[in-house]
Design a protein around this ligand. Structure first.
Ligand SMILES: NC(=O)C1=CN([C@@H]2O[C@H](COP(=O)(O)OP(=O)(O)OC[C@H]3O[C@@H](n4cnc5c(N)ncnc54)[C@H](OP(=O)(O)O)[C@@H]3O)[C@@H](O)[C@H]2O)C=CC1
Ligand SMILES: O=C([O-])CC(=O)C(=O)O
Length: 285
């Protein structure tokens, strides 16, 4: 971690006094493995206590270098082992991972945020049991500003996503609409609609658009364009917000992980969130 001006990377006294937050990670791909490795190296106030993976033998292999080994268990076995779960698995597994934690009044950090729209009963579950669903900023930026603007009136939120072809190939929307992008030689707009529609058509690509919509004016009023660009190496998102408090434009170019759909900053966003939970000074909301 970069040393901060106020020494935030040092373990604060009160974090040492509180029992560490027990963290489970569900899914050991591009996001999950990075989070697991960082927790194993040590993150103030948190301790990794369990992970879940599709192939337990392969997971044990991937985790063999950990200093503090943890059990690899089925999704259904995670909840008793942790206070908080980080969901970073395929979107279809979202309810199975998150619901037990919410029912126990615990926290679920959700990366497959697009799947929240088809599973919106989870919010009622969280409310009924005192649990909390956290959608981190993930591969995006500026959700603090969008939620602040939403305390006033937001008139419009527009997002334009441009991705390398390899990060989009195979998306259900492209398959269903016979849109071939493998051989394009110039940028092609492949989608214009809402985050709600994109969550169905691009379930592994546009979690960020749903997160933005949940922060602002919702998945039906936010507008979204998706472009496939053969010249791009990075997933790029440009966002414009018009509100009664401010007008702002934000842009991010995400360096991909081994998974071309997922930017490196995604896992770091979760680590930053976890670090803030027990920090004596919290910057950003
Ligand atoms: N909110 C945001 O900003 C972002 C969200 N995402 C989303 O986060 C999620 C994780 O992304 P990423 O890490 O890149 O995805 P990966 O595909 O790299 O990893 C997903 C992992 O989940 C594992 N998995 C599959 N089935 C199970 C199971 N039954 N139990 C436990 N684990 C299982 C897979 O195992 P195996 O490899 O063996 O199949 C794989 O290791 C995705 O839904 C992605 O769309 C991604 C980027 C940004
Ligand atoms: O939306 C996602 O799930 C991932 C994404 O665009 C990115 O990493 O830039």
């Amino acid at each position: 971690m970069t040393e901060t001006p106020l020494g935030l990377s040092q373990t604060p006294a009160h974090a040492r006094a509180l029992p560490p937050l027990r963290v489970a990670v569900a899914g050991l791909g591009a996001v999950g493995l990075k989070i697991v490795e960082a927790l194993d190296e040590g993150l103030d106030g948190c301790v990794l206590t369990a992970v879940s993976a599709r192939d337990k033998a392969a997971a044990a292999d991937r985790l063999s270098a950990l200093t503090h080994p943890v059990p690899v268990v089925d999704i259904a076995e995670l909840e008793p082992l942790a206070d908080l779960v980080v969901e970073c698995a395929p979107a279809a597994l979202l309810p199975a991972i998150v619901e037990p934690f919410l029912r126990a009044g615990k926290t679920a950090v959700v990366l497959s945020s697009g799947a929240l729209l088809a599973n919106d009963g989870l919010v009622a579950t969280a409310r009924a049991h005192g649990g909390q669903i956290v959608v981190p900023t993930g591969a995006l930026l500026g959700l603090d500003a969008v939620t602040a603007a939403a305390e006033g009136e937001i008139r419009a939120v527009r997002m334009v996503t441009r991705k390398p072809v390899r990060g989009l190939v195979g998306a259900p929307y492209l398959v269903e609409n016979n849109i071939a992008i493998e051989d394009i030689i110039s940028p092609l707009r492949i989608f214009h609609g809402t985050p709600r529609e994109a969550a169905v058509g691009f379930p592994a690509n546009l979690n960020v658009a749903v997160a933005l919509s949940l922060a602002g004016i919702g998945p039906d009023r936010t507008t979204l364009e998706i472009w496939a660009d053969p010249a791009l190496e990075r997933n790029t998102h440009r966002i414009e917000v018009e509100a009664d408090s401010a007008t702002f434009t934000m842009a991010i170019e995400n360096i991909p992980t081994d998974n071309p759909k997922t930017g490196r900053i995604t896992a770091l966003s979760v680590l930053a969130y976890l670090r803030k939970l027990r920090a004596p000074l919290r910057v950003g909301s």
